[in-house]
Write a protein that binds this ligand. Structure first.
Ligand code: GAP
Length: 437
């Protein structure tokens, strides 16, 4: 299974999905740059999520808040005191590990020293920085460790300006930062990562109903991403193991090649955050029901989705190898809506100007509406191979018949079947196919 991970990492580098960060300087451990195809894929995931959970709903609005917030936010939210992982240190080599990831009875994984670990102590994950020219306590600030706090701090402003009534949600996407003790497993755990999450504000008596509702919605999203439910585990987090703000959490875990680990989380945050911010800021963040006049602090259901983990899982699920000998091929069975390119356009022969000109016409027309690729290298078989590898759902070839009849060959990535489609129908053909994914 670890083999599957090696194949994905190698494909990502070879085809420009994800590169090691700062590579020409020897890299920076656990930092990754999304290349041209990875950027398209990541954007498509984020856009599909936004469309599904914000634009298509009337009970959800979005914000795009500052990454650096007033440090009082993190004090009030409990992150400065509680956002910690237990850490142990090897007394010999001083390497640090997450206590929940080492067997204390075994030798140090770095220097092999026996019985060398310190007792666990809590290590705060917030990324500290200084604002402006002075580096003293008054200038300390933090890069956000989660998106959620802006949705709480801005709750009143958003509710009033958008005239939303409870139940409703505030959504956000963006970078978060955590000073992880043991990042690793490619993009699974990094110190800066991309998150999409929303806080869904409900009446206190309705939290259970909405918790179940959002769990089903998260499952539906994962189906849309092409994730096989057999690879998912819904882990009810027991008392004592949940984050400090949560009264119920289900971690949605995935069978990665490196083990069963968290993909997403669904938490019932009660009124913990709005209450704390009301107390600490002095601003009343309660809500008054316009019909019943009942005044209360809303409770919160929080579905949270890591973008980098989504992308990794989408690639792992899409990876296919099939056939024997000459017929052997590898392809990415990506949902068409997520694929970096929706189609690739080929002139059958590169040295026939009339074919190249017609193919360019098709390419330029489709480029207005879709992300499309151009390829005129080598033979058609090699071009199919190359597009299969990056998950392009359709390959469109302009040949001599095109010049006479105005149609092209469209080859389907998954079935490798070919059909003729009129050039003027290509746009609606692609639109219809993509909408079905
Ligand atoms: N607001 C809730 C929250 O942040 P979390 O479980 O700590 O909850 C949310 O993180 C999601 O962010 C996780 O389910 C995971 O998908 C992703 N995530 C967390 N830490 C990460 C890291 N170091 N690298 C990449 N993704 C991470």
């Amino acid at each position: 299974m670890a083999d599957a991970m090696e194949k994905i990492v190698s494909l990502c580098k070879r085809r420009g999905f994800i590169f090691p960060g700062s590579e020409i300087y020897g890299g920076l451990a656990n930092s990754w740059d999304y290349g041209p195809l990875g950027t398209e894929l990541k954007r498509n995931i984020a856009d599909a999520w936004w469309k599904r959970f914000v634009r298509e709903r009337s009970d959800m609005v979005g914000i795009d808040a500052a990454i650096i917030m007033n440090p009082k936010v993190w004090e009030a939210s409990g992150h400065l005191a509680e956002f910690t992982d237990p850490l142990v240190e090897c007394k010999k080599c001083h390497e640090r590990f997450r206590a929940d990831q080492v067997d204390m009875k075994k030798p140090c994984g770095n220097c092999e020293a026996k019985e060398s670990f310190t007792v666990p102590k809590n290590f705060n994950l917030m990324f500290k920085t200084f604002l402006g020219a002075t580096e003293d306590a008054s200038a300390v600030a933090y890069l956000r460790g989660e998106l959620a706090q802006a949705m709480f701090v801005d709750f009143k402003l958003v509710q009033e300006t958008s005239r939303q009534r409870i139940p409703f949600g505030i959504a956000q996407q963006g970078k978060c930062f955590r000073n992880e003790i043991t990042p690793g497993n490619f993009t699974f755990r990094t110190r800066e990562f991309n998150l999409m999450e929303f806080e869904y504000f409900v009446h206190p008596q309705e939290w259970e109903k909405w918790f179940e509702y959002w769990l089903e919605e998260m499952k539906a999203w994962l189906r849309f991403c092409g994730v096989n439910s057999k690879n998912l585990v819904f882990h009810e987090i027991p008392d004592g193991d949940r984050a400090h703000y949560s009264r119920r959490t289900i971690d949605i875990e995935y069978h990665y090649p490196f083990g069963q680990k968290e993909l997403y989380g669904l938490a019932y945050r009660t009124d913990y955050d709005l209450k704390r911010h009301t107390e600490k800021s002095g601003v009343d963040l309660s809500y008054t029901d316009p019909d019943t006049k009942e005044k209360y602090i809303p409770h919160v259901i929080e579905p949270t989705f890591g973008i980098d983990r989504t992308l990794l899982v989408v690639l792992l699920e899409a990876y296919r190898e099939e056939g024997e000998g000459e017929e052997r091929r590898m392809y990415l069975k990506l949902p068409a809506l997520l694929a970096p390119y929706k189609a690739a356009i080929f002139p059958l022969l590169k040295n026939k100007p009339e074919l190249v000109a017609k193919a360019e016409e098709v390419y330029k027309a489709l480029k207005q509406d879709f992300a499309v690729a151009w390829d005129d290298r080598g033979n058609i078989g090699k071009r199919y191979y190359s597009q299969d590898e990056i998950g392009t759902p359709y390959c469109i070839t302009v040949d001599f018949d095109t010049l006479e009849k105005g149609d092209v060959t469209v080859r389907d990535r998954d079935t490798a079947k070919q059909e003729r489609v009129k050039i003027q129908e290509l746009e609606s053909f692609l639109r219809e196919k993509i909408s079905k994914t």
